[in-house]
Write a protein that binds this ligand. Structure first.
Ligand code: PLP
Length: 407
């Protein structure tokens, strides 16, 4: 097949899909712009604090902006969160007490949380503090509503976790409609239960977020969607004011909570990242859709398909064999802005069970709002691709990876 023609045909046939993404980008650009205006963003917001970090105007204003964008009562946005996983960890420990029960209603949680929860033994897990964990699996990529109703009727659950993005699984990511349906059910049966959503990769993809459909707190990483490829690290938690306060007390210390936390010069990057985020997420989505179209034409199984509803920016490509997976990942690495001359090899990544191969020639280490592609070395050899700072760079990279693949 002629690669030139394939990409030309793809772009022609994707115009309808791309228009839908443009609309979402427009929706969130207005939201961000209004939130900057309403919270009076000014140059003083880019000043920095050191030491304890008392009275950091930029930090405190940014948290108000995040809260407004999510229609949440409150938000905490900090570089003291190392990553999304760390923010999830802090939120669990902030909300749960010994004797409490945590229930996942979206099946097995993300790999890095296994030792946090105690699914895999760790002397510092929630389990080691006497916090019980239970799990209800998805059925046909949707919640098991009957089982959830039944379980909540017979057990007292402190926190329910919903993970929207698929992680390293083959299920579909969970759309906001499904989140709404399950949140309604949970609040009807057990109004006291806190609904906590792992919202990683889902920000600015659909026009509603989990807070707006009845969930209590959401968590996400700033080296994904909302950092816009500019934030150097960090994460956010948004939601109910009392819960965000608890998260702040756990992140720093009881009694000081959110009043401390120096920003050490990163405020401007966090503002700029958020400002770019609607456009960067749109570029990521277009790159994902192009990938789905092209790789399907080349007879690989892809999920989601190019014209399917998307809940996140992740694109799966099922290669069926180790060699093709590795070739494709190498192709993405070779077309990265940084470390293009490096050959990625599978390795034992901390927190993950299988060996993982990862293309991440990124400006920011581990950033996956930049074009990145990774996959555990296990059948059916799926690549999880996400990000791209611009659509054009994404397109060129995919093309190079495809050329490598079919050579
Ligand atoms: C990426 C991700 C996380 C954690 O992100 P890190 O910032 O890499 O720690 C958690 N949950 C899901 C579903 C993710 O995709």
């Amino acid at each position: 097949m002629d690669i030139n023609n394939l990409f030309l045909e793809a772009e022609e046939n994707l115009q309808v899909e791309f228009k839908k993404i443009d609309k979402i980008e427009n929706f969130y650009s207005e939201k961000v712009m209004n939130a900057f205006y309403n919270n009076n963003v000014q140059e003083a917001c880019f000043n920095s604090t050191t030491g304890y970090g008392y009275s950091d105007l930029g930090r405190d204003t940014l948290e108000k902006i995040y809260a407004e964008i999510f229609s949440a009562e409150d938000a905490i946005v900090r570089s003291q969160f190392i990553s999304g996983s760390h923010a999830l960890n802090v939120t669990f420990f902030a909300l749960l007490r010994p004797g409490d029960e945590l229930l996942s209603v979206s099946g097995l949680p993300y790999d890095t949380l296994h030792e946090v929860i105690g699914i895999k033994e760790n002397p510092s897990s929630l389990k080691s503090f006497g916090i019980k964990y239970s799990q209800i699996d998805l059925v046909n990529d949707d919640f098991n509503y009957d089982e959830i109703r039944n379980y909540l009727t017979n057990n007292k659950i402190k926190v329910i976790e919903i993970q929207r993005s698929k992680g390293y699984s083959t299920r579909k990511s969970i759309t906001i409609d499904k989140v709404e349906k399950v949140a309604k059910l949970i609040k009807e049966v057990s109004p006291e239960t806190i609904i906590m959503v792992d919202n990683c990769y889902c920000e600015f993809v659909e026009t509603k977020n989990p807070i707006e459909v009845g969930c209590d707190v959401i968590v996400g990483s700033l080296i994904k969607n909302l950092g816009g490829g500019i934030a150097p690290n960090g994460a956010y938690v948004a939601g109910r004011h009392d819960l965000i306060e608890l998260v702040g007390e756990r992140l720093s210390l009881p009694g000081e909570g959110r009043e401390v936390g120096p920003t050490l010069g990163i405020n401007k990057s966090l503002y700029q990242g958020l400002y770019f985020a609607p456009s960067v997420v749109a570029s990521s989505l277009k790159t994902a859709i192009l990938t789905a179209y092209v790789l399907e034409k080349l007879n690989y199984k892809v999920s989601p398909k190019y014209n399917e509803v998307r809940a996140d920016i992740v694109q799966n490509i099922e290669f069926g064999n180790k060699e093709d997976l590795i070739k494709y990942v190498e192709g993405i690495q070779a077309s990265s802005p940084v470390d293009a001359h490096v050959t990625p090899i599978p390795w034992d990544m901390p927190g993950y069970d299988d060996q993982v191969i990862m293309a991440a020639g990124c400006f920011t280490q581990g950033s996956s709002i930049e074009l990145s592609c990774d996959g555990p070395i296990r059948p059916p050899f799926i690549a999880y691709q996400q990000g791209s700072l611009t659509y054009n760079y994404g397109k060129i990279s995919i093309r190079k990876a495809v050329e490598k693949l079919i050579k």
